[in-house]
Design a protein around this ligand. Structure first.
Ligand SMILES: [Zn+2]
Length: 138
């Protein structure tokens, strides 16, 4: 395991729990909708962000840092967050336009939102074959 400084970013699809509870009858479509939105979030994350893992309705990314965060790095990081947000909003709009199913799992996709949590700290990176995962952070 290696350690170092990194910026951590959690992109969390809001409304997921309520969405899933309200739409138990349409669970398969609701899960598919959230999966498609998470794919957009992942595809919208530019380098150097790396996906560490998915946790339910959230994607955890990290970006290794060399030394302390400088203002320029924060501005670039903010642009990455905007890129992810735009990808989420674009996919959500496409899903609403292309929707042919009238179940609540599909029609209420527009109620889903995306929120972010960001943290800078020391991280441990565990490498297994081609995968590198965050093993912990402070
Ligand atoms: Zn549906």
């Amino acid at each position: 395991m290696s350690t170092g400084r990194a910026l951590l970013l959690i992109a969390d699809i809001g409304g997921y729990t309520r969405f899933m509870k309200l739409h138990r009858m349409n669970l398969a479509h609701a899960q598919e909708s959230v999966a498609r939105l998470l794919e957009a979030v992942i595809d919208g994350a530019p380098k150097p962000l790396k996906l560490s893992k998915l946790e339910g309705d959230a994607a955890l990314f990290y970006a290794p840092l060399d030394g302390q965060v400088q203002d320029g790095a924060l501005a670039r990081f903010a642009a990455h967050v905007l890129s992810i947000r735009r990808a989420f909003l674009r996919r959500r709009a496409e899903m609403n336009l292309d929707r042919v199913c009238t179940c609540e799992g599909c029609t209420l996709v527009s109620d889903l939102t995306l929120k972010f949590a960001i943290h800078e700290g020391e991280v441990g990176l565990q490498r297994v074959k081609r995968m590198t995962e965050l093993a912990g952070w402070t």
